[in-house]
Each structure stands twice: as C-alpha cells, then as structure tokens.
Design a protein around this ligand. Structure first.
Ligand SMILES: [Zn+2]
Length: 211
C-alpha cells in the first residue's frame, strides 16, 4: 500500500504514520529522515544536502525528489510505504507521479483552534524528550519531567506566533495538494481532532485491514 499523509502541523500526522506503519508493516518515510540518512552515509546527494542545510537554505525540489526516488527504490519500500511530509508542493507531487503511483492520500483535517490548543500548551523535557501538555497531559510537578526529573520547556516552534505562522505556510504551500489529489480521486479525509486511537480506527475503515 503506497500512501501519502497530508495535514497541518499539530494534526498528529507523524504519530499516526508511526501507528499505521506498524499495523500495515510498511516503512514511514519522511524527508527529514531521508536528508539525515543521506548526510550520514555521505552519498553524493547527501553532501549537497549538507551544504545547503548548513547554509540555512531550503533543499530545492529537484534534489528532494532525487533523494525520495532513491529512498523509494530501497528493498524495504517495495511492498508499500507512508510518505510523511512529502510532497509539499504541486511540482513535487507531479515529479513523484512520474515514477510512482499512489493508492491513497490520507488528508488529516482539524480546525486551526484545535491545532493552536494542542501545540500552544506543549512542553518538552530537556533531558529525555518526553512531551507533556499543560492542559491535556500535565506533568505531576509543574515544569518537571515525571520520567526523569528533567526541566520542561516550550519549543520556540510552539509559541502562538510561530504556530499561526506555520499554519499560514501550510495553507499557502500544501493545501493546493488537497484539491490536486481530490481531482485524482485519491483523497481520503480523516478527522484527526480526537485521539490517535480514534483516528487510527477511521483510517482502518477507509484503507481496509492490513494483509
Ligand atoms: Zn525527562
């Protein structure tokens, strides 16, 4: 099963990709992981990415597509995969289509208010990376990690201003993909405003049982 996961920040795309990956026994492939892996293995493309990221620039479409293509050619991706965070733009989607055909595009829907509520209260442990939420999942002692006693902090990405900004970028850049895939009859809307378990149930209904 070849899948693309689409959704705004805070929709729980990464968490759900992890759950679906396990259940359907297909790898979860994100561009971030592909970049890190290529840099680590010091491939030709990896060297280019390292230089671009090091300058603080965005990796251009053609290079991203080449890396994704290389990754999808690996043995573990032959039985299917979940693309998480790619494609982000129509040109990327068109480039992908030239060498892979998808079975479905899962579109996680969630309101801006819910995203803001989720992300704005998020706290992360400095030592072990555990994630808390001031309202939905508070630590027992304010500002202290339950698991390791480390200090909790708010990521710069999770301030209200930054969240609003990320939502705007998503709408401008990635939302056109929603109508693009809807026209191709590949889009499956999934309401991800409730728990990951609830969202997974909906995905099972839409995609069918794993083989
Ligand atoms: Zn901790």
């Amino acid at each position: 099963m070849k899948l693309i996961f689409l959704g705004p920040p805070g929709a729980g795309k990464g968490t759900l990709a992890g759950l679906v990956s396990k259940e359907y026994d297909i790898p979860q492939i994100s561009t971030g992981d592909i970049f890190r892996d290529a840099i680590k293995r010091e491939t030709e493309l990896g060297k280019k990415v390292k230089e671009i990221v090091g300058r603080g620039d965005l990796v251009p479409d053609d290079l991203t597509v080449s890396l994704v293509r290389e990754r999808l050619g690996q043995p573990d991706a032959q039985g299917g995969y979940i693309l998480d965070g790619f494609p982000r733009t129509i040109p990327q989607a068109a480039a992908l289509e030239a060498f892979q055909s998808m079975d479905a595009v899962v579109n996680f829907t969630i309101s801006d208010e819910t995203v803001i509520g989720r992300l704005s209260g998020r706290e992360v442990c400095k030592s072990c990376g555990a994630i808390y939420h001031v309202k939905n999942m508070p630590s027992k002692v304010k500002g202290i990690c339950d698991k390791c006693g480390g200090a909790l902090y708010t990521r710069p990405d999770d301030t209200l201003e930054s969240i609003t900004n990320r939502l705007e970028i998503y709408k401008k850049q990635t939302e056109p993909l929603v109508s693009y895939y809807r026209k191709k009859k590949l889009l499956r809307d999934i309401d991800s405003s409730k728990s990951p378990e609830d969202t997974l149930l909906q995905i099972r209904k839409v995609l069918g049982k794993p083989k």
